[in-house]
Ligand binder design. Structure first.
Ligand SMILES: *Cc1c(COP(=O)(O)O)cnc(C)c1O
Length: 338
């Protein structure tokens, strides 16, 4: 089967496994794993932050960041399409006792004017707004890339209001590959960043949270509380170091293949609309209320796995284990479907 349900389904390459097998390790709960330390320092440096923290998953990295930034009863400003709101099991309320205020602009955008308008006044009637979360690329927004100008304005507006600006950068590398933006210039717009090594970069697991030294010290404590302290986890960090060096440039291939799928779908009579394909995610909405399950089933029969993404939407995600022969098979299967 060709699996396009997510970019998390990739297997480690031979070269990655080799890097993992030869990694020096130590006990990371004591901060003594040299490979984890190297990964954290390298990423912090690349994104212009003081420190980093290796976490088991992107969800945990986001939840730790939120927990460090907010107090119970506070409000987190995020987008209706965001992962922190939709796909983290209600973790903002459950882990941190905070509520959310949802922004609803197209494709997951969070413009400064909207951020400013949604920050509660300093008045005891209202919840205290204490964090602004943005996502780049926006998963539910079809892999949309946030413009640097908008992020810069959002960052300035948040900081002017005394609020930290957090990036859920599970696919930030896809955005950076697309825009060619300088990582440090981008990274310093945010007060904390979560990065997933197991999406486009193709490692078996792991995310890194970046921020100031004080923030990461608190995050280290919160990671322990959430049960995310791991021991000789340098084997996973080694996969991350390998992936940053060898799998960043090739993200362009994923973007090109996704764009080919998007182009074919946008001409298909049974497709009403395809979200603009900017990176490695394709989301198509079917015509006339045709259920997503119909196309998902047809794709499965043709040897392709994709996901229903709402009642009439289907999602494909391209990745490291999806090559040109696979692309040809997917394009053919969609041409044959009617
Ligand atoms: C995948 C993803 C995460 C983290 O997911 P995990 O499966 O917990 O690693 C966070 N945000 C976005 C936008 C994602 O796509």
């Amino acid at each position: 089967m060709i699996d396009l349900r997510s970019d998390t389904v990739t297997r480690p390459t031979e070269a990655m496994l080799k890097a993992m097998m030869s990694a020096p390790t130590g006990d990371d709960v004591y901060a003594e794993d040299p490979t984890v330390n190297r990964l954290q320092e390298e990423l912090a440096g690349q994104f212009g932050h003081e420190a980093g923290l290796f976490c088991p998953s992107g969800t945990m990295a986001n939840q730790i960041a939120i927990n460090v930034h907010v107090s119970p009863g506070d409000e987190v400003l995020c987008h209706r399409l965001s992962h922190v709101y939709n796909y983290e099991g209600g973790g903002i309320a459950r882990n941190s006792g905070a509520s959310v205020r949802l922004v609803d602009e197209p494709h997951g955008a969070m413009p400064a004017s909207v951020i400013q308008a949604e920050i509660n006044p300093a008045d005891s009637h209202f919840a205290r707004t204490s964090l602004v979360c943005v996502e780049d690329t926006v998963n539910k927004g079809g892999g949309a890339v946030q413009s640097l100008a908008m992020l810069a304005e959002g960052s300035a507006a948040s900081r002017a209001a005394g609020l930290p600006f957090h990036l859920d950068g599970a696919r930030a590398w896809n955005a950076l590959r697309k825009t060619g933006e300088d990582w440090k210039r981008y990274g310093t717009l945010f007060d904390s960043i979560s990065l997933c090594l197991s999406k486009g970069l193709g490692t078996p697991a792991g995310s890194v949270l970046l921020g100031s030294r004080d923030f990461i010290e608190e995050a280290h404590r919160t990671r322990k509380v959430m049960g995310g302290g791991m021991r000789q986890v340098g084997i996973l960090a080694a996969a991350g170091l390998h992936a940053i060096e060898h799998h960043f440039d090739r993200l362009q291939d994923d973007h090109e293949r996704a764009s080919r799928i998007g182009a074919l779908l946008s001409e298909h009579p049974a497709v009403l609309k395809v979200a603009p394909v900017e990176t490695n995610i394709v989301i198509a909405q079917l015509t006339g209320g045709r259920p997503a399950s119909e196309l998902v089933e047809a794709q499965r029969t043709a040897g392709v796995l994709c996901s229903a993404f709402g009642p009439d939407k289907v999602r494909w995600v391209t990745h490291l284990d999806f090559g040109d022969d696979d692309l040809a098979q997917v394009l053919k299967s969609l041409e044959d479907w009617n």
